[in-house]
Design a protein around this ligand. Structure first.
Ligand code: ADX
Length: 181
């Protein structure tokens, strides 16, 4: 029906790397082409489905497990789930990959910590440095970059527009289906 298959685009990266913005822009571009796409965002899911979870390694693992399961359902429904989660632990991301092997595409939205901290769009790095926020990724909690992502988007070096074009091209190549007229 959609002329494309469903799947999971899993955007991982530091807070402030641009995951959510990139996810929303990609959603807009795909929808403009008549594709079915939906953004699942850490900040949004943490207000509802994952409202009981914090930022300990255990809670982050559960956050990623539940969100991965939801993304898997979207993929089964033929929709492209664009997921924006820091998802700092390799093991957590690998579990989502293992559970949804055929659908899962890991996209590293990579920007150096210095760039993310200088941007600090929500003022969280400043609060993490002052000790107001504990276990903050990049400051007082680890970020384990992917070792072999399907795609790396250097959002610290490229303007947003170039990042969107690159990701949209990748999505088109990997998800489009040839449909007989
Ligand atoms: S994840 O690590 O479990 O994947 P997720 O992507 O859902 O994180 O949520 C990250 C968002 O939570 C950040 O964009 C930020 O707004 C907020 N946040 C609050 N506390 C923290 C923290 N200690 N570490 C990282 N992000 C935090």
């Amino acid at each position: 029906m959609n002329r494309h298959c469903g799947g999971i685009l899993w955007l991982t990266g530091l807070s402030g790397a641009g995951k959510s913005t990139l996810a929303r822009e990609l959603e807009r571009v795909l929808r403009a082409r008549g594709w079915q796409a939906f953004v699942l965002d850490g900040d949004a899911l943490r207000t509802g489905l994952n409202a009981d979870l914090g930022f300990s390694p255990q809670d982050r693992a559960e956050n990623i497990r539940r969100s991965g399961e939801v993304a898997g359902l979207f993929a089964q429904a033929g929709i492209i789930a664009i997921c924006a989660f820091i998802s700092p632990y390799r093991a957590d991301r690998d579990r989502v990959r293992a559970a949804h092997a055929a659908a899962f595409h890991e996209i590293h939205v990579s920007a150096p910590l210095e760039v993310c901290e200088a941007r600090d769009p929500k003022g969280l790095y400043r609060r993490a440095r002052s000790g107001e926020i504990a276990q903050f990724t990049g400051i007082s909690a680890p970020y384990e970059p992917p070792l072999a992502p399907e795609l790396e988007i250097p959002s610290g070096r490229w303007p947003l527009e170039r990042c969107v074009v690159q990701l949209a091209r990748y999505t088109e190549r990997r998800f489009a289906l040839a449909v007989a007229a």
